[in-house]
Design a protein around this ligand. Structure first.
Ligand code: F6R
Length: 604
């Protein structure tokens, strides 16, 4: 949840650190700080507030250091305040460190250190690590001695005054990546922090320590033994970490969706052979008796849609669980269970712990993930990458589209091989699929209509999102998008559940966004609209183009181009995301950095 950056090389470290922090700000933004090795001593500057506040604090000060660390914080232990911001130092300021994660046994460690005479300046769990690192021995020896004392998750980046021009990084259950430039190196919690300088990266494993100077890098296991590592080239383009003329990353990412869809199906859909192929799944056994999808938030909504695709195409029962619930149960799993772990970041702590539990119980893991080399992909037996590119907006948009796309393709792939796909399905779907990017672009070109609609609704305090079938997960997702960026209370509901309670909420100042699907459910949802209107509730209805009946019933209508029912969520999501975006914009909310949230919940 916090962002970490470290730099060593020939450039002015401060400039690299601040640029990196700006790119990491989506991971946390309640305070930020840097530590630099300046003329033999460590200088720390840290401020509560966004990076801009830190920049103001640093303005006019000159630093020449070529080596430093930086941090942007999402508070867990200790309120957002200058003294709780990272970097933290030991009593004598012989070292400085930044931390992402939670040191679970910090209270006991702190008590012990206080009794030994250490003086603490913050209420954070992280500061204990700085104090534990004091003492005799080389910096590496001190790190090796300290790690066994720590329980919990941590990515650390550490500077020692006695070793100028050297950085240490440590990883345990929290991501840390080494970026390898030409005579310069970066340590970061996330690739975008250094993508401007290099695409070459080494992904540290749990229990590894990296020592970096401008002359090179070496990785050690926590036993002290050296490890050999593979250098990867990250397939992301540095421009993708920029806003590219859009007011917000979220809006840019919504607009990228036609391209994301094309990238995600590229090489996987063979129109000539009428096949869906996944080269990553060559040895995928077809005989799993059951699937359990585990994920959090938006990724879980994709899993709910995936359930409908898989049950239809593969005839395999699918349960969908919030990873945060699943991991604390004693779930019934065996080697015939496929656990489908869906995650944009591949670093969500609950999803990772759920996968570890499933592995212990003998299940096999298929990850649907967006980030190359992330922790999830290293735990999984198979990984299918969503090719959404870097997602920076805290509200997930294009990654959701890519997850839905992968799950649909996976259903077709598995169903075809298993022989459960209804005849003609593959052919008709593959015929329609290439038209979807154009239809998404049509929806994006109507953005201003959605903006106008948002102006009508941004003062509402309560929203219901209603859908059935494939549109039920979308109703949940539409509501999540609205609440997380506009702070308006919104509930996603299975429309058929209305009568069983939620209808009591309907009154003139409650808005309902009703997703009208196709087929037999359409009439049922039209009935829901009637029920809401009869109670003088306001209705925005999303329906297929040209559905005059819906127009006659709802107060406002958002149309989506006609497509096959299975694809309709891939189109309907676009206006739902745009609506949430423009409502938040009209309310003056900080769309890319919504309050209390951060991208990638790597802590529990
Ligand atoms: C909502 C959102 C979150 C994430 C969730 C899982 O817009 O972004 O609900 O979907 O935290 O994150 P990943 O997919 O990285 O595991």
């Amino acid at each position: 949840m916090c962002g970490i950056i470290g730099y060593v090389g020939e450039r002015e470290a401060l400039c690299v650190l601040l640029g990196g922090l700006r790119r990491l700000e989506y991971r946390g933004y309640d305070s930020a700080g840097v530590a630099l090795q300046e003329k033999g001593r460590i200088v720390v500057v840290r401020k509560v507030g966004k990076i801009g506040v830190l920049e103001q604090e640093l303005a006019g000060k000159t630093f020449t250091s070529r080596c430093g660390i930086g941090h942007t914080r999402w508070a867990t232990h200790g309120v957002p305040a200058d003294h709780n911001a990272h970097p933290h130092t030991d009593c004598r300021k012989t070292l400085a460190l930044v931390h992402n994660g939670i040191i679970e046994n910090y209270r006991a460690l702190r008590e012990r250190l206080l009794a030994e005479g250490h003086r603490f300046l913050s209420e954070t769990d992280s500061e204990v690590v700085a104090h534990l690192l004091e003492g005799d021995g080389s910096p590496l020896e001190r790190i090796l001695r300290t790690l066994p004392l720590l329980e919990g998750s941590y990515a650390l980046c550490i500077l020692f005054a006695e070793e100028p021009g050297v950085l240490y990084g440590v990883r345990q259950f929290s991501p840390l990546i080494l970026g390898i430039g030409d005579g310069e190196y970066f340590l970061a919690s996330d690739v975008p922090a250094f993508l401007e300088y290099t695409r070459k990266a080494v992904f540290l494993e749990d229990g590894e320590i990296v020592r970096v100077s401008k002359d090179g890098w070496e990785v050690f296991h926590r036993t002290g033994e050296k490890c050999s590592k593979t250098v990867f080239t990250v397939p992301w383009d540095p421009v993708s970490a920029e806003r590219g003329g859009f007011k917000h990353f979220m809006l840019k990412e919504i607009h990228e969706q036609p391209r994301v869809f094309e990238d995600t199906i590229a090489g996987r859909v063979n129109l000539a052979r009428g096949e869906v192929e996944f080269e990553e799944l060559e040895d995928f056994p077809l005989d799993f008796s059951r699937v359990v999808a585990v994920a959090c938030g938006t990724a879980c909504h994709a899993g709910m849609l995936g359930k409908l695709y898989l049950e239809d195409f593969v005839h395999v029962p699918v349960d969908v669980e919030y990873a945060s619930e699943f991991r604390y149960r004693d779930p019934l799993l065996d080697e015939k269970t496929l656990v489908l772990a869906i995650s944009q970041s591949g670093e969500t702590a609950d999803t990772l712990r759920a996968v570890e539990l499933a592995k212990q119980k003998g299940a096999r893991i298929l990850a649907v993930c967006n980030v190359l080399g992330s922790s999830l992909t290293r735990l999984a037996d198979w990984t299918v990458y969503t090719r959404a590119g870097i997602e920076i907006g805290v509200a997930s948009t294009k990654a959701f589209l890519a997850q839905m796309t992968v799950l649909l393709l996976f259903g077709l792939f598995w169903g075809k091989r298993k022989g459960t796909l209804p005849p003609g399905t593959m052919e008709s779907l593959l015929e329609e699929m290439p038209t979807l990017p154009r239809k998404m672009r049509t929806l994006l070109s109507r953005e201003e209509d959605i903006h106008v609609l948002a102006r009508e609704f941004y003062l509402f305090k309560d929203f219901l999102y209603l859908g059935r079938g494939l549109y039920y997960p979308l109703a949940l997702e539409g509501a999540l998008k609205l609440k997380e960026i506009s702070y308006i209370h919104a509930e996603g509901l299975a429309a058929g559940e209305m009568k069983h309670g939620p209808i009591a909420l309907i009154e003139p100042d409650v808005a309902s966004f009703v997703l009208v699907g196709q087929g037999e459910r359409r009439l049922k949802v039209l009935g829901n609209i009637e029920e809401i209107k009869a109670r003088r509730g306001k209705v925005i209805a999303l329906c297929d183009e040209g559905d005059g009946e819906v127009r006659g019933k709802a107060d406002y209508v958002v149309e989506i181009p006609k497509t096959l029912e299975v694809f309709s969520p891939l189109l309907a999501i676009v206006p739902l995301q745009l609506f949430a975006y423009y409502v938040a914009l009209e309310k003056g909310c900080d769309v890319d950095q919504p309050r209390n949230l951060a991208k990638s919940v790597t802590v529990e």
